[in-house]
Design a protein around this ligand. Sequence first.
Ligand code: SF4
Length: 344
Amino acid sequence: MSRFEEILEKSRKEIIEPEEALYLFQITGDEEKAEELWKTARFVREQSRGNIFRWSAGIARVLRCNLRPLCLYCPYWRENGLKPLSIDEILKGVAYIQQHGIREFHLSGGTTLGSEGHDVLHIVQAIREAGFDDLAIQVNCGAAMSLETLKELKRLGVFQVSSVFETVNPSVFRRTKPGDDLEAKRQFAQRIGEAGLELHTGIMAGLSPEESKYRDYVDFIFQVRQYKHLRRVYVTKFTPFRGIPMEGYPACSAWEAARLIAVIRLVLRDIDISSAAGWSPHDYPTPQMAGTGNTVGGIHINRTPGWKKGAPEDGFQYQDDMEFRNTMEALTKQYQEMGFTILP
Ligand code: SF4
């Protein structure tokens, strides 16, 4: 048996070691080996999390990002005059999600250092005051929330809060996120646990330079594994959006990001792994092929972008300066073809 086969065989039963994870990254540049890796990751997902899939949804741009400078890969908040969604617009989004039978959604927005999180707390209070009591809420709005705010969010039925690192390589972090603070994110991740909330985090595939990227992926996986309250990880894909400072950098391929998802699955075996920004429905391989699950994002609500609107055939609709993207029908078909049902 080759070393590659031995590691995959081991990973079907138990967690692999950091050096084994690194080896998997190094050897699966080869297409055939990448397919074997994904197959093993799907097996581990099925064994550890079963085949129950549930819908989720998201409302983006609920808060402006006031980090300066903005993260170098970030396309948001670069346009003049773009406003975050108002409370009324957020409530309209929540009603749309509820009407479509989805019971869990996230609120995502930017960071205002020193805000203590009062801004996002105000939004969650307004959602509950409007009578949306039975929807579970996840919050992804930067690392500025105090312990008191986190406890209050929990009291209001928020179940999960994000501290998204994107990378744990300090020099890559400093270079690509100069307005942000890695140590503050680490402390925030701990604070989320102290408040009794679940932790969500994320990594951006393709952010690190060629020479350190595989080691950086492995370091991320094994560092976030130490948080006992970690429940969800997303993998975004670096995309050189027009106008961002990293516009000249190469886009991350779906192949590389899918290999990252698969190796995460072999280590964080019972965690809910998902794909996020940068993935397109036309990407091959798909995140599901690499072992994501078991939450499926069916609705995404945003401010209407000033640059390019999405096509109706990709699920985009526009109303009153709001973008509603509903891919529930297409995803239902996609999952049915794999033999899965998605529950509310
Ligand atoms: S914190 Fe988020 S919204 Fe703010 S600049 Fe960075 S990526 Fe963009």
